[in-house]
Design a protein around this ligand. Structure first.
Ligand code: GUN
Ligand code: FE
Length: 417
């Protein structure tokens, strides 16, 4: 049994932060055993790691991030989504045909995720199986939880990224086969988005989803252009999200829909039917001038929400920053469209970036008994003017914290980083 002392904060539900000030947390075989204000008799005499005034919180989960776009983070944010992809993103992704380039970027990317306290992530690679495989292997080796995708795109893409449909399906099947028995870093399908995927590709991926029992991630109704273009291509499907349903891709594993900014009732129907995550990437969709998710309205609809950095749409891998921005942007939404929207409380955004996103990986993202001790110890946010409660410290950390405010990191009960 490992024992830690400090302040402990997590979000059990979207409605409030649970706070245990000046308490002990016990971890057995990497799993939280309990939290106690006074150390139970049976543990007296065991060593305790004391974090003093610092706050122990769950590690973060990033439900939507493009590892290959890491070199371009916080650059080139001056144009709309479609132009941005063609001008900046696609030329960068072409470089991953070179495994040496991929290895260097992916090592740096994973170091930066961990530095910022993200231990679980749903990741887009590129079309390149070998380069993407390297990312899976490094995550598995480090024990980081991941769903990682070799991307599929076979139409309306630049020549060097436009796959032959049959080759794309063959390479994807090899990728699934290679990594399907992994322990923590698992393969996932990723038709990039409807504008770059043929029907033959989508239905072929549907067959693989069924055969291998794997899930899927894609971009859904991200911008007005994308929402219109998807339905123009596949009018018989009825909505952007229904394209994946009709192609037979849904129902075999988790379903991750990034952005979900302009859903129609039919998009919402499909999302609910397959219990998918609608993932808010607050920085990204503002950066590419796509819009802002109606977070509160979707939550009221009963849709499962998550948070993503969407690097390089977003500037930073710091999910704590995205949590703070999810709250801010919900206020902008409420201001401009008050009939449909309201501000979300901090607790809800924190829940989205920890327990709700983490549920994609099982019992991670909380510190309740039975959850993996994937945790961060944060501090350095107090000031001399008042004593912040542990929950206030967490809020301030998310709003103005940096990676230097993370004083320790644990993954499955082991200290890392
Ligand atoms: N839609 C299709 N590809 C992308 C991408 O790489 N980033 C974002 N934000 N949206 C996309
Ligand atoms: Fe994206």
């Amino acid at each position: 049994m490992e024992l830690y002392h400090g302040n402990i904060v997590y979000a059990r539900t979207k409605d409030e932060l649970t706070e245990h000030a000046d308490s002990y947390i016990g971890v057995e075989n990497g799993i939280v055993e309990g939290i106690w204000p006074v150390l139970p008799e049976k543990y007296a005499g065991l060593p305790v790691t004391d974090f003093g005034e610092d706050v122990i919180i769950p590690a973060f989960t990033d439900l939507h991030v493009h590892a290959p776009q890491y070199p371009q983070r916080a650059l080139h944010m001056d144009i709309l989504l479609n132009e941005w992809l063609n001008t900046y993103v696609f030329p960068l992704e072409e470089k991953y045909a070179d495994p040496a380039f991929a290895h260097a970027v992916y090592d740096a990317f994973l170091d930066d995720l961990v530095k910022h306290g993200t231990m679980h992530a749903v990741i887009f690679g590129t079309i390149h199986r070998e380069s993407t495989g390297y990312l899976v292997e490094r995550m598995e080796e480090r024990g980081l939880y991941g769903y990682v995708s070799k991307v599929n795109m076979d139409t309306d893409s630049p020549a060097d990224l436009c796959e032959d449909t049959k080759e794309s399906l063959l390479e994807t099947e090899r990728f699934l086969d290679q990594y399907r028995n992994n322990r923590t870093a698992k393969p996932l399908l990723a038709p990039r988005f409807a504008p770059t995927c043929s029907w033959e590709l989508l239905t072929g991926l549907g067959k693989l989803a069924k055969k291998y029992g794997v899930g899927v991630q894609t971009h859904l109704v991200e911008s007005l252009w994308e929402a219109t273009e998807s339905v123009r291509r596949y009018p018989e499907c009825g909505s952007d999200t229904a394209i994946y349903e009709k192609a037979g891709l849904l129902g075999y594993g988790p379903f991750f829909g990034a952005h979900f900014i302009y859903p129609t009732p039919d998009d919402i129907r499909v999302m609910k039917k397959y219990n998918g995550w609608a993932i808010q990437c607050p920085e990204a969709t503002v950066n590419v001038i796509a819009g802002i998710m109606s977070t509160a309205a979707l939550s009221d609809e009963g849709i499962k929400l998550g948070i993503g950095s969407d690097i390089a749409g977003g500037h930073t891998p710091a999910i704590y920053t995205q949590i703070a921005k999810a709250v801010q942007f919900s206020k902008i939404k409420a201001f401009y469209e008050p009939e449909m929207n309201r501000a979300i409380p901090f607790a809800q955004a924190f829940y989205m970036g920890t327990k709700q996103s983490g549920s994609a990986f099982g019992n991670v993202g909380s510190l309740e008994p039975g959850y993996a001790f994937d945790a961060l110890v944060i501090g350095g946010v107090q000031d001399p003017f008042q004593k912040l409660s542990p929950a206030q410290s967490v809020e301030r950390f998310c709003c103005l914290g940096e990676s230097s405010n993370i004083h320790a990191r644990y993954l499955n009960g082991k200290r890392i980083g």
